[in-house]
Ligand binder design. Structure first.
Ligand code: TGC
Ligand code: FAD
Length: 396
């Protein structure tokens, strides 16, 4: 956003109305601009075709790695060690391109790499993180199962001891980047509680099957992971962590990126609708001159600016180590819900043109349906917040 007053009217910028840009440091703006340029040059000219054909180039990993966007907020092991706000801004720009591209970076950096960085042994960190930061190796994160999505505590995938080895059996479902990953982070029940494992994709007994016929997040690989007597050495297990806090700690990171990313998708929809309203004529006038269109645009503007401020606020809290997982739930719930509303409203302004891939709006709208569901559904985040304010857990 170029937060300058309009030259002719002196009005605030029609997108960054609150001049949120002025709250960013020079370095943060540089990261934002770098990613914005990449998305403009590389993603936007191609993404409608990727979406239509249901694929995403694997090489994107190396490109994102070169830009320092994989494991961007992690320290050491070849990771850039950027601030939470810089990482959030990158997510915002990537998702202004497509939620599938942001998901690619989120799953790699915030789920797979974060899991290894936070819970892995020194050997696991040295083996995987430098290559993953460069995008030479890709990771995925297997928590959800066919019968256990919102309630991962019930997972059936089981890791059995056999001498000093582990033998894993079970199925993971809806796993982003599953079919293109070199290493899968798999969470499994064991006699010792839930454990995490680094499963190289070439391991005997490991298979990834692509899920087809998605109408959302089409520019993203989504897979089923099947583990059939998949034998791993002791060194494949995360040494210390036990229980659901292992995977849930990783989700906090990816959910944080979504707080920003969803506002990127919303911004793309709002800008498209605003531009369209200023040029499309009906009844001899621009449709942007009609009061109902203006009301729609203003409501979009309010939520876009409020949501972006919220993302920045939670980002600053995270950089000061003050962000609680409940703050992340607050941001994920609000911003994805509002982004989806903005996308749907933008779609109406485009009329019939709004249903084609010639414009980005319906692609974002369909993508945001997945974003509303993954990383904790809107209902799950509502209940997390409900428990926080009432002290009563309503999950079971
Ligand atoms: P509960 O009893 O509350 O907690 C179990 C243990 O976990 C700890 N914990 C957390 N730790 C870190 N961060 C959090 N946000 C945490 N929430 C809870 C908790 O302290 C406890 O630790 P301990 O040591 O005492 O055992 O767990 P519960 O079974 O009641 O479940 C709570 C619930 C429903 C909130 C949780 O299961 C949940 O979040 N469900 C949603 C599942 C989900 O979000 N799955 C996402 C899968 S990954 C994905 O979707 C990737 S999409 C691609 C992309 O990101 O782009
Ligand atoms: P369910 O849990 O069956 O929920 C169905 C409905 O019931 C929802 O509306 C839900 O909110 C509601 N519900 C459930 N429990 C309650 C309750 N207690 N109170 C009120 N309502 C409730 N998972 C991974 O592990 N790794 C990935 O990389 C990954 N990538 C994904 C990519 C895509 C494109 C998608 C769509 C999903 C992905 N997921 C991934 C899975 C995602 O995290 C789950 O879909 C999500 O957690 C919800 O689980 P579910 O689909 O089984 O829905």
């Amino acid at each position: 956003m170029t937060a300058v007053a309009s030259k002719r009217t002196g009005n605030p910028d029609p997108v960054d109305f609150l001049d949120i840009d002025a709250l960013l440091s020079g370095e943060e703006r540089m990261v934002r601009d770098l990613v914005r340029d990449y998305v403009r040059d590389r993603i936007l000219p191609n993404v409608a075709e990727w979406f239509e054909s249901g694929r995403i180039p694997r090489d994107l990993g190396r490109e994102l790695g070169k830009l320092g966007l994989l494991g961007m907020h992690l320290e050491g092991y070849g990771c850039p060690g950027a601030s939470a706000v810089a990482y959030g801004l990158a997510c915002m720009e990537l998702e202004a391109g497509d939620s599938g591209v942001r998901s690619f970076a989120s799953v790699q950096g915030s789920l797979a790499m974060f899991a290894i960085h936070r819970w892995g042994s020194e050997v696991q960190k040295s083996e995987w993180l430098p290559r993953m930061a460069k995008g030479e190796a890709l990771g995925c994160f297997g928590l959800t199962e066919p019968d256990f999505g919102s309630n991962p505590a019930g997972m059936r995938t089981f890791a059995r001891r056999d001498g000093s080895d582990w033998v894993l059996n079970g199925t993971k479902m809806w796993i982003t980047n599953g079919g293109i990953a070199d290493v899968a982070i798999v969470w499994a029940q064991s006699d010792d509680g839930i454990r995490g494992f680094c499963v190289p994709s070439g391991t005997k007994g490991f298979a990834a099957n692509e899920i087809h016929r998605k109408l959302s997040l089409r520019a993203s690989v989504t897979s089923e992971l099947v583990l059939s007597d998949c034998r791993l050495p002791e060194a494949a297990a995360f040494p210390e962590v036990r229980g659901l806090r292992g995977p849930l700690a990783c989700l906090n990171e990816a959910r944080y990126g979504i707080i920003w990313g969803s506002m990127g998708a919303a911004r793309a929809c709002y800008e498209t609708a605003l531009g369209y309203a200023k040029t499309r004529e009906q009844f001899g006038r621009h449709i942007g001159a009609f009061q109902i269109t203006q009301e729609k645009l203003v409501n979009m503007l309010l939520e876009l600016n409020k949501g972006t401020l919220l993302a920045l606020h939670i980002g600053r809290m995270k950089d000061q180590h003050r962000a609680h997982p409940h703050h992340v739930s607050f941001g994920k719930l609000n911003n994805v819900r509002e982004a989806l509303r903005i996308a749907r409203e933008a779609r109406t302004i485009l009329g019939a043109n709004g249903v084609t891939l010639e414009y980005p709006v319906i692609r974002h709208m369909n993508n945001l349906e997945s974003v509303l569901t993954y990383e904790g559904t809107s209902e799950v985040h509502t209940l997390i917040l409900g428990e926080a304010i009432t002290g009563e857990a309503a999950f079971a």
